[in-house]
Design a protein around this ligand. Structure first.
Ligand code: FDA
Length: 452
């Protein structure tokens, strides 16, 4: 066992932990970043799969994500636009395909009216919410007691309108069924992106990608930190008191004045705290759980859908793959589609064999893009549910009532312990931008305390 002494320990080398470590080091403090995996990046992972560069985790950057954009600029990383020329596709409950342009799906006029009205109502509620303090919304408790699906039912009888609006938050964002999270949690998801309108606008929320992959953010941050990043060091035990902390891994013992725990909140309880965390934290961490989505990558010799005047953007709350996009890499002659299978649909296909699952998923893609979609040259499913150090995707959200009850204490430090993770962010919640924001905030609070 090697023992080292530092000012601050950071547990977790995701975007959040590495940002915090970078800020602390800039301020002259010594740091040790302890990472369980043998790589940095956590939910950012760009890899070569059968000769194709795939973004196994997070990838898109939207224009409001200024903390992430500043980091990309600082690291000298270039971005490029998602391909969006041509028509989008929508499949309705009867399985009928239509092509469309703009944001609103080609649905009957009355349904379109209901969708627009729901978006307007949600935008009004979101405008009343400070994403940093959703529990202060004037109707926070009431909205946290009702599931998003029930809330939608209380607003409209139009099933197709409800299915579409539900999909944007449920399958597409929190990756839980709309009956499993509250209306307040749904509003936070929208407020974190500025408005509900932003969230349903694929050209906004899925605007750009990073040339060479988004994992370069943690990779380059870690490169700057050099020997301060320790891989393969899962923190098993954290001893703490007002005098300081000791983090113990299988091979290292690190003593410090402070610690930032930068891991998904569902993994905090994997660490043995000596003494235990206070009852408030022990309780609140039990009220968060990870969503679940399979990110499916299918690479073809060419982006064949473009020849058919299709953008590659496709949606249907009634398809196994509820949304799909052209995800072709920068200046790559091959074409890549990315699709998503969420929550209960993902549970369902994981009861099948790998080959049956692949066929079901490719068949769903073929409903949007035709038979050519059935034969990719590379096929890969990102399965974060089986990753020990993540356990789901994209991120964690509260159960019913949990946000109003516990949200305010999610990032409240306990003695020398601070918490930081995208899943605890307000603006940029569940996104890399949020990870960076809360990482900066946790570091700034420690630096400010030191300056006193
Ligand atoms: P993250 O989980 O990345 O890092 C935590 C780190 O802690 C991990 O490296 C883990 O190994 C480590 N750890 C855990 N327990 C430990 C222990 N006991 N000891 C030591 N280390 C420990 N976002 C976005 O902005 N745009 C997008 O397009 C997408 N898309 C997307 C797709 C998919 C499939 C996923 C899974 C996620 C996204 N996201 C996204 C979300 C985004 O990737 C995510 O919000 C951030 O990367 C999270 O960064 P954090 O640093 O907060 O946690």
């Amino acid at each position: 066992m090697t023992t080292i002494n530092r000012d601050v320990i950071i547990i977790g080398a995701g975007a959040s932990g590495l940002t915090a470590a970078t800020e602390l080091k800039k301020a002259g403090l010594t740091v040790a970043v302890l990472e369980a995996r043998d790589r940095v990046g956590g939910r950012l992972w760009t890899d070569d799969i059968d000769g194709a560069m795939l973004e196994i985790g997070g990838q898109w950057v939207s224009p409001d994500q200024d903390a992430l954009i500043e980091t990309l600029d600082d690291l000298g990383l270039a971005t490029y636009e998602r391909y969006r020329e041509g028509k989008n596709i929508y499949i309705n409950a009867a399985g009928e395909l239509s092509r469309f342009e703009g944001d609103i799906f080609p649905v009957p006029v009355q349904t379109e009216h209901e969708i627009v009205s729901l978006i307007e109502k949600l935008d009004v509620l979101v405008a009343e919410m400070d994403p940093e303090r959703p529990w202060d919304h004037p109707r926070a408790k009431e909205l946290d007691e009702v599931s998003f699906s029930r809330w939608l039912e209380s607003q409209t009888d139009d099933q197709e309108a409800r299915d579409n609006i539900g999909m944007f938050i449920a399958g597409a964002m929190l990756t839980k069924p709309a009956h499993a999270f509250s209306a307040l949690q749904a509003l936070l998801m929208a407020a974190s992106a500025g408005s509900f309108s932003n969230l349903v606008d694929a050209d906004f929320i899925l605007d750009k990608r990073v040339v060479g992959g988004l994992q370069q953010v943690p990779l380059l941050l870690a490169e700057r930190l050099g020997d301060d990043v320790h891989l393969g060091q899962a923190v098993r035990t954290l001893r703490w008191s007002d005098a300081g902390v000791t983090a113990i891994t299988d091979g290292l013992e690190v003593n410090a004045r402070r610690v930032i725990i930068a891991v998904p909140p569902v993994l905090i309880s994997r660490i043995s705290f000596e003494p235990s965390l206070p009852r408030r934290q022990q309780q609140l961490h039990q009220h968060l759980s990870m969503g679940f989505v399979i990110k499916v990558h299918a690479v073809y010799d060419t982006p064949f859908w473009r020849e058919d005047d299709l953008s590659g953007t496709a949606f249907s709350p009634y398809e196994l793959v509820h949304e799909a996009y052209d995800n072709t890499n920068f200046e790559d002659p091959r074409g890549t589609l990315v699709g998503f299978v969420a929550d209960e649909e993902a549970d369902g296909v994981f009861t099948l064999t790998a080959e049956e699952r692949k066929q079901r998923i490719l068949t769903s893609l073929s409903h949007y893009y035709g038979e050519k979609a059935l034969n990719p040259v590379v096929y890969y499913e990102s399965d974060w549910g089986s990753e020990e150090w993540t356990r789901g995707a994209y991120a964690a959200s509260f159960d019913m009532g949990g946000l109003a009850r516990y949200g305010a204490d999610l990032r409240t430090p306990v003695g020398p312990i601070s918490f930081s993770c995208s899943d605890m962010a307000g603006k940029g919640y569940q996104h890399v931008d949020g990870a960076i924001r809360v990482g900066r905030e946790a570091a700034a609070a420690i630096i400010a305390t030191d300056a006193k």
